[in-house]
Design a protein around this ligand. Structure first.
Ligand SMILES: [Zn+2]
Ligand SMILES: [Zn+2]
Length: 345
């Protein structure tokens, strides 16, 4: 979208930039001062001079980029930087995820990063923030994307696990190691059997524990008995699919947890027995609901299905446009448990 003279945020080659405050939000190239909406690899990159993120995100950010120069701000607290008032508000996407509210010259902008409006026991719920300009993602910005109630998905996962356990088979759920893995864990019924996590998931679980998020007890594969291994549920990152690590479980059934599992082609490409449709992003109604709740007459779309959402909003009479960004897709397959840039496919 063509910048307007008083715009609080503009797109620069390094990332989204606030000229008045002289800082970047989720920049993809190294910069002096980065405000970070959340710790997924495409939004949180290594190499910046200073970082500012939500207090709730402190431990997951540190887990992913190590001991950087990090300042945190509790949700709802305000600081002023070069005359720009900055506050963080829950985005409901993953632990620590925030919408960043910027106020300057009588205008309010909200950069929402990634968000979802549905429930999630592992992070604070999305909080609508009124603004003049709302900067939004559009990862699942097509009308076909509509999520079933979270509990229905958890019930399906638990029923599938119980069936496999009864047949003496392990159940492997592939889920992104930060966010999705913990949300899956939060919905499991530990009465069915032992829960085993891959090392990449265990490392993030520790950061959740340090942040005060309680998840079901889990074991490493080395600590589980042979009898447990035949009946357990395993949460592993997508990168573990087809790896030697999975051989320890013998005969198993596998599944993938992602919003993309709604699409038959995506299920086929993943080549797993089951696809559980579970997303940490807003579905189409969720996007429209969040945009309406912001009250913003102007909306700028950053990534995902950008054009369909921009067009839809324009048809609704909003001023809509897009920022060109390098944000990727944290629901996809290239998760190695490291804070590396995600790639879109
Ligand atoms: Zn994300
Ligand atoms: Zn993203």
């Amino acid at each position: 979208m063509d910048p307007q003279p008083r715009d609080i945020v503009v797109a620069r080659p390094e990332g989204l930039y606030c000229p008045a405050g002289d800082f970047f939000i989720d920049p993809w190239r190294p910069v002096a001062q980065a405000l970070v909406t959340h710790a997924h690899g495409d939004h949180l990159r290594p190499g910046h001079g200073r970082y500012l993120t939500s207090e709730a995100g402190r431990h997951v950010v540190t887990q992913r980029v190590g001991a950087v120069d990090l300042q945190t701000l509790a949700y709802g607290d305000t600081i002023t930087h070069n005359g720009v008032k900055i506050s963080f508000h829950p985005a409901g996407h993953v632990l620590g995820s925030a919408q960043i509210r910027l106020e300057h010259g009588g205008q309010v902008w909200v950069v929402s990063g990634d968000y979802k409006t549905g429930p999630d026991a592992t992070c604070a719920p999305f909080e609508p923030v009124r603004c003049d300009v709302f900067v939004t993602e559009s990862t699942f910005g097509l009308p076909v994307f509509r999520w079933a109630p979270q509990q229905d998905v958890f019930d399906s996962i638990n029923a599938w696990w119980a069936d496999n356990a009864a047949a003496g088979r392990a159940s492997i759920v592939h889920a992104y190691s930060f966010g999705k893995a913990q949300r899956v864990l939060s919905g499991l019924d530990p009465a069915i059997g032992t829960i085993v996590v891959h090392g990449a998931v265990a490392a993030m679980d520790e950061a959740y524990a340090r942040s005060g998020v309680v998840l079901p007890a889990t074991k490493s594969v080395l600590d589980a008995t042979p009898a447990e291994l035949r009946r357990c549920l395993v949460v592993a990152p997508p990168s573990a699919q087809g790896s030697a690590w999975l051989k320890r479980f013998g005969d198993y059934s596998d599944a993938f947890a992602s919003g993309w599992m709604l699409l038959r082609g995506a299920r086929r490409r993943r080549n797993v027995d089951r696809g559980f449709i579970l997303s940490d992003h807003a579905d189409w109604p969720g996007l429209l609901e969040a945009i309406a709740a912001s009250g913003a007459p102007r909306v700028i779309v950053t990534h995902g299905y950008v054009e369909p959402l921009v067009r839809h909003l324009a048809e609704q009479g909003l001023q809509s446009g897009a920022f060109k960004t390098e944000y990727g897709d944290d629901e996809d397959v290239k998760d190695t448990g490291e804070a590396a840039p995600a790639e879109s496919t």
